[in-house]
Design a protein around this ligand. Structure first.
Ligand SMILES: NC(=O)c1ccc[n+]([C@@H]2O[C@H](COP(=O)([O-])OP(=O)(O)OC[C@H]3O[C@@H](n4cnc5c(N)ncnc54)[C@H](OP(=O)(O)O)[C@@H]3O)[C@@H](O)[C@H]2O)c1
Length: 265
């Protein structure tokens, strides 16, 4: 894996991603879907991975329709399956042919509850089958396939540093993603592959709107007023940070927060 050649110097602006290919694990909704649209807008090819085939098909159609007319069909691909399943990721890499960047936004909230109300099995299941399983599967798929200058970007949330009760297990998993980011960054640096994480505050996505009391524009605006900058983030704002991390060949092992200032107060 070691190479004496330094990581390539190229423009760190998103336009440098033109012609690159990104696998978006969780690309059928929310932040991952927004990343797909942004990446297509700068000329990158995208491969979306998600479990629900209907949701995935709709997302592929949405990304295609946002791109230039006459886009080749393979500019936007969908691979249905669980991102924690190594075979699904192998299929996604094979369909892509060549992959430069991987962004994992697959996840959600699972395993919440007071520790004393959780069984040992609940804990094992959350740690073994939740977002951690997906980031490890993505890391294992990417580690041997990404070229020099390639990147892996993961997702975490600000509750990792501002926890509240009843979240021990999901936040232990989220914290592990951030630690994995640094550990993997040094391990993959000899291959000139970078690893980073975007840590989100509350971002207005279908996941956020599935939470109790947040199912309307008015409710989201009212709840967002408590954020220092006065609103929740948009999926595009969150995704743009991942696009920055893909493009910038001098950033690795970092966790970048996009939260409208939520962690400051
Ligand atoms: N939105 C927020 O406020 C916020 C805050 C902090 C952290 N986050 C984290 O940011 C990430 C993205 O959140 P989001 O708001 O964009 O969520 P979202 O709108 O629910 O999108 C998540 C996407 O991931 C896919 N997915 C989930 N599990 C998967 C799996 N095992 N394999 C493949 N695809 C999977 C979902 O599709 P299928 O269900 O069809 O597979 C969906 O396309 C999540 O990890 C979330 O926990 C979000």
């Amino acid at each position: 894996m070691s190479t004496a050649t330094p990581i390539p110097v190229r423009s760190p602006l998103p336009g440098a991603l033109s012609g690159a290919t990104a696998v978006l694990v969780g690309g059928s909704s929310g932040i991952g879907l927004a990343a797909a649209v942004l990446l297509r807008s700068v000329g990158a090819r995208v491969v979306l991975v998600g479990r629900d085939p209907d949701r995935l098909e709709a997302a592929v159609a949405q990304v295609r329709s946002s791109g230039p007319a006459g886009d080749p069909d393979d500019a936007v691909l969908g691979v249905a399956g669980d991102g924690g399943d190594e075979q699904t990721l192998a299929d996604a890499f094979d369909r892509a042919g060549q992959v430069d960047h991987v962004y994992v936004t697959a996840g959600g909230i699972s395993g919440a509850g007071p520790l004393t109300a959780l069984s040992a099995d609940d804990i094992r299941t959350t740690l073994g089958s939740g977002p951690l399983r997906t980031v490890f599967a993505a890391a294992r798929a990417a580690a041997t396939r990404l070229p020099a200058g390639g990147s892996l970007t993961f997702s975490s949330g600000i509750l990792v540093v501002r926890p509240y009760p009843g979240m021990t297990v999901p936040l232990a998993a989220g914290g592990a993603v951030e630690t994995l980011t640094r550990a993997l960054a040094v391990e993959l640096a000899p291959a000139r592959v970078r690893v980073n994480t975007v840590r989100y505050g509350r971002i207005d996505t279908p996941l956020l709107r599935s939470l109790p009391g947040l199912d309307s524009d008015d409710a989201v605006a009212a709840a967002g007023a408590s954020v220092p900058l006065g609103r929740f983030g948009t999926a595009e704002e969150a995704a743009a940070t991942a696009v920055f991390l893909m493009a910038n060949n001098n950033v690795t092992g970092q966790v970048i927060t996009v939260d409208g200032g939520e962690t400051l107060v």
